[in-house]
Design a protein around this ligand. Sequence first.
Ligand code: VAH
Length: 319
Amino acid sequence: KILVIGANGQIGSELVEALAAQHGANNVIAADISPASLYGAAVYEIIDVLNAARITEVIEQYQVTQVYQLAALLSATGEKAPLKAWELNMDGLLNILEIARIRGEAGKPLKVFWPSSIAAFGPNTPPVNTPQYTVMDPSTIYGISKLAGERLCEYYFDKYGVDVRSIRYPGIISFKSPPGGGTTDYAIAIFHSALRGEGYSCFLEAETTLPMIYMPDAIRATITLMDADAAKLSVRSSYNVAGLSFNPRELAAAIKQNLPAFDIHYAPDSRQAIAASWPQSLDDAQARTDWGWQAQVGLQDLVTDMLKNIRVDGKELAA
Ligand code: VAH
């Protein structure tokens, strides 16, 4: 059985769907701190990831063998509540790693997935084709929690043999669930504005290039890594995974090709400094070598698919 904690989030909601399709809906337990609202999972439990006893109770009840720990506060939200972000992001991960250690020692091993982020890099990280191993000086509490989390994952693997696996996600673009307080979420909000026939006021500067990934590629990367042969994995901190890189100007131009009336203007806010501290593109050669990663979705396909599928205010709209 597979447990997804943070199932109501941007990644969690789609990961539950994909895992249910692969393993059968009754083998996927969707859990979040709030009641099941958005994503009609077959099996749903309320879990606060800061409550280790509750996590253990659900793992025991369903004989869980895989846990995806996705509950977190993202970059922009984290800067408004740094201590809350640190506690949730770090203690949430530590609870899962400790449970996996204890169960492993009792002969009931858990395979764990935990998301890192390009936010784990910082202003002194080489920004173009950022290597798997490099300078990492994150300047947001979210990024600091991701760097610390990566070190914890590698520590629990090396010291206790916990089979924890991780991906440094780029900015994830999707249409199924509302984004959760990220800096890269301009690239989702822009589509809502375009489809409402409104101009978009972008909170990043036109030339701020960031590594991004379309949700279907992000989900495929996650499941491929979790299904990979453990012996092939040379990285137990977190893998660089690249989708595509673009900036607001390039994204707006691609949208304009489909919706000629669309217009963008720029009103950078505090999120510009966050984005400017992150890389522009990633070297994901290690993921390609170890577990066959290969991005499939480029900018034109992403724009076409988003315009076709995004629901603005719950209404289907002809793109
Ligand atoms: C954020 N979408 O903006 C998340 C992600 C790389 C960005 O971590 O915080």
